[in-house]
Design a protein around this ligand. Structure first.
Ligand SMILES: [Zn+2]
Length: 436
């Protein structure tokens, strides 16, 4: 068995484990929701998974200890989040068992406090319509204000759609960018996991590039109808700004264990591997497929919209370009084409951004996780369904400093352009629903 499969086996046994796809600090921490959750002296460790013993210990930590969780793993190492109260015990356990690790982040709250410096308000004064920048992370109001501004300012090109409302009744806004012709369609979304702030920041960067550079863009980009939703999970996103920076799910339910992992709630192979039926888990798949208004909005919109050629849902972190299937290590019939596009994009990103992205199916490269949006998109016939995991590879994890927004968003933009090229040049009958 390969090491990847080994870690998959580890992960499958561990309900709370989580990379991008997997959980976070336990929801139980959120008893007093009025009080913002602090992560003083919480740490992120990189643990070597060289031998079975290390995997066994991690498995034990996950099942017995709700104060640790795995943020990311590629089978060789795992990024382990530890609350302050867990650190001494785990350190002893690792020492006794001869497990090697390094401390990647020694005070997570310090990193959170430094992540998003306040911008000088005076820079907004001369700007007519919106407050969006890519030098800091912005709240929902700024992101929606930016989309409204574009729709107002470029009415020939942009149209703002509301495709539903969140649990807390925030509108789910999609910007349509189109030259008005009958074109192929590409869907882009971000922020389904609310703590992955770089995702909506990158998706709005793509929007900005498309709209403000439109007349200079190549025909293969202009001849696409773009549908872009930067915030799939606005409730969770606001909650990460006001109450708990590391919140991942939406905000449904009441009591101590709120929220559904929206990226486990889609209706293809719902409730399978890498999901949890426990509402306290960060990978809780919900009471049923499409139980959440945020995922239902996608289902309903796609039922009424024309067929999409590509579906890109941006996450962080790890620097991966992932394609279906996520539910199991099986591959779609056209996986070689998906892989080829991914490799091409990774090459381009390496060339311009000097960073490496790895390419593969979600379940094989990382671990199985059923009910994800990319699997669902693929299942309804979208040819190019991808889940890019943006920067970094763990130095900052989910708390990526704002000065890395632009370089990371450029990775996302390069990837998007490569996808557009493939979509524009694909054969006419390229879309075919998977039969399985
Ligand atoms: Zn994610």
């Amino acid at each position: 068995m390969t090491s990847i499969l080994n870690i998959c086996a580890v992960l499958l046994l561990c309900v709370a484990i989580n990379g991008d796809v997997y959980g976070a600090p336990p929801a139980r921490e959120l008893n007093a929701e009025e009080e913002p959750v602090k992560y003083n002296d919480a740490q992120l460790w990189r643990v070597d998974l060289d031998d079975e013993n290390a995997k066994e210990i991690l498995r034990g930590l996950e099942s017995e200890n709700d104060e640790t969780s795995i943020w990311n793993s590629d089978g060789k190492t795992a990024d382990l989040f530890l609350k302050r109260s867990a650190i001494e015990d785990v350190r002893q356990q690792f020492k006794v068992n001869n497990i090697s690790y390094s401390v990647v982040v020694d005070d997570l709250q310090k990193k959170i406090d430094e992540e998003n410096p306040k911008e000088d308000e005076s820079q907004y004064q001369n700007r007519s319509g919106h407050r969006m920048t890519w030098t800091s992370y912005h709240r929902t109001q700024d992101i929606y204000g930016f989309m409204e501004y574009l729709a107002r300012t470029y009415p020939q090109l942009c149209r703002l759609l509301t495709i539903g409302a969140s649990v807390e009744n925030r509108p789910l806004k999609v910007l349509r960018i189109s030259n008005g012709r009958k074109n192929r369609n590409i869907w882009i979304d971000g922020g389904i996991h609310s703590r992955e702030w770089i995702s909506p920041a990158s998706v709005t960067y793509i929007i900005n590039d498309l709209v403000t550079n439109w007349s200079k863009l190549p025909a293969y980009i202009q001849n696409i109808n773009w549908y872009i939703q930067p915030l799939v999970n606005p409730d969770g996103y606001e909650f990460t700004h006001t109450s708990n920076r590391l919140w991942r799910k939406n905000r449904s339910g009441t009591g101590n264990c709120r929220g559904v992992d929206l990226n486990r709630n889609y209706g293809y192979r719902w409730g399978g591997l890498g999901t949890s039926p426990n509402p306290c888990s960060d990978i809780y798949c919900g009471p049923g497929p499409f139980s959440e208004p945020e995922t239902r909005a996608h289902r309903d919109f796609f039922q009424s919209a024309p067929l999409f050629f590509a579906f890109l849902t941006f996450h962080s972190y790890g620097q991966y370009i992932l394609y279906p299937w996520g539910y199991a290590t099986e591959l779609p019939a056209d996986h070689q084409q998906l892989h080829q596009l991914g490799l091409r994009a990774a090459q381009e990103i390496q060339r311009y951004g000097q960073v490496a992205y790895r390419v593969g199916s979600s379940a094989i490269l990382l671990y199985p996780a059923a009910g994800g949006s990319d699997d669902w998109a693929k299942s309804i016939g979208v040819k190019y369904a991808y889940t890019p995991e943006l920067r970094d590879t763990g130095r900052h994890g989910f708390v990526l400093p704002a000065n890395l927004i632009i370089p990371t968003a450029r990775d996302a933009l390069i990837f998007t352009r490569v996808v557009a090229f493939y979509v524009a040049t694909a054969a006419k009958d390229v879309n075919a629903p998977e039969s399985n």
